[in-house]
Design a binder for this molecule. Structure first.
Ligand SMILES: Cc1ncc(COP(=O)(O)O)c(C=O)c1O
Length: 371
């Protein structure tokens, strides 16, 4: 195993800062003796809803299940079509397939890596039941035109905000712009738990009610089941940990923004294209993704020099063997395919030091003989 000089994401450092509070929160849960659907979850849901400025947050077991349960809650059924981006984490697609629906892809905007609304109208069919824009790497999808198209087609918009805690679009938080927003608390996310976790944010009372039923076997009260449901709850320990971390999210995102700015300053060379952030949004810098000439060689070079970069995502969803039956081919989504060949995520986490960023930048400059 490589001993990294700079890790892509170091969770231990992140945890160290809050260890006494995290241990106290765990102790409180363990001593109280309520481990599922208890007061920690209720309070976390209220606190996250307050931060986001939405009426409801419903905690569930993962980001994937946040998406799947929301698709079910808005009425998506087997055989329906759900439009999304081919350039996303596989769970976006897994959630659509889990509920028996068919993913229909729309190519991305090459600057934000998110679903390009210009191609959206051509993808609509009479079987389309929902649109799932993905706020990838912390950049927001162009929600205004997407919502406009969805409104005229009377379709719900379910935001995949798994990578966008604290990102803003037109001043409002990602995950609060559409019918519902789905979050993941996978440990590496900007707001991460110590295991799996997820949540759905929505302003719609009926949708929140259905989600609460769906996550708990469809039961409205003990042993009284009113719809066919699942087991998908955010547990008390994870909710307690998330309550400790939530008040720090904004500060951590600001630290990420400073690191992003430093990368931009230290790596002003033509071989590296930096993220172009549209003026109407504020990303949470979940990842710092450059487009690099000779990407694979650079990645290898960084690896050999102890710097852990990563490629999110090397194969777009429409070219994944698992989804071959959907019938897509190479060339169908050129922007997603070229992004897959060029993107490289540099180390990014709030505690990354200036010296570490300087080392990453100096190593990249050396690779391109720009030192
Ligand atoms: C864009 C995106 N969607 C959905 C998910 C699924 O989240 P989880 O891993 O919590 O199921 C993730 C995270 O892995 C993600 O990055």
């Amino acid at each position: 195993m490589t001993a990294w000089r700079v890790e892509r994401c170091n969770l231990r450092r992140h945890t160290e800062e809050l260890l006494p509070q995290l241990l106290a929160a765990a102790e409180e849960v363990l001593r109280r003796g309520a481990y599922i659907l208890g007061p920690q979850l209720e309070q976390f849901e209220a606190e996250f809803a307050h931060m986001l400025g939405v009426k409801h947050v419903v905690g569930v077991a993962s980001g994937t299940e946040a998406l799947a349960l929301t698709l079910v809650a808005v009425g998506v059924q087997a055989g329906d079509e759900v439009i999304t981006s081919p350039f996303t984490a596989i769970p976006t697609i897994a959630a659509i397939v889990m509920v028996g629906a068919r993913p229909v892809f729309v190519d991305i905007d090459p600057t934000t890596y998110t679903l390009n609304p210009e191609h959206l109208p051509q993808a609509l069919t009479p079987r389309t039941r929902a649109i799932v824009p993905v706020h990838l790497f912390g950049y927001c999808a162009a929600m205004e035109p997407i919502l406009e198209i969805a409104r005229s087609a009377a379709l719900p918009v379910i935001e995949d905000a798994a990578q966008a805690h604290g990102s803003r679009y037109h001043g409002r938080y990602a995950g609060t712009l559409g019918t519902a927003g789905c979050f993941s608390f996978y440990p590496t996310k900007n707001l991460g738990a110590y295991g799996d976790g997820g949540a759905v944010a929505t302003n719609e009372d009926e949708l929140a009610h259905r989600l609460r039923l769906l996550r708990n076997y469809g039961q409205i009260s003990p042993y009284r089941c009113v719809i066919s449901g699942y087991n998908s709850r955010l547990d008390e320990l994870q909710a307690a940990f998330l309550r400790v971390k939530l008040p720090h999210l904004e500060r951590w995102n600001q630290q990420r923004a400073r690191i992003a700015e430093l990368y931009r300053q230290l790596l002003d060379i033509p071989e590296v294209r930096h993220p172009l952030v549209p003026s109407d949004q504020q990303p949470n810098w979940h990842l710092y993704v450059i487009r690099a000439e000779r990407r694979d060689e650079l990645w290898q070079y960084l690896d050999e020099h102890g710097i852990q970069a990563n490629v999110y995502y090397p194969i777009p969803a429409h070219l994944q063997p698992a989804y071959a039956a959907l019938g897509y081919r190479e060339g169908d989504f050129p922007e997603a395919e070229s992004a897959a060949c060029e993107v490289l995520a540099l180390p990014m986490f709030p505690e990354l030091s200036r010296e570490e960023v300087e080392l990453v930048a100096a190593t990249i400059r050396r690779f391109y003989r720009r030192d």
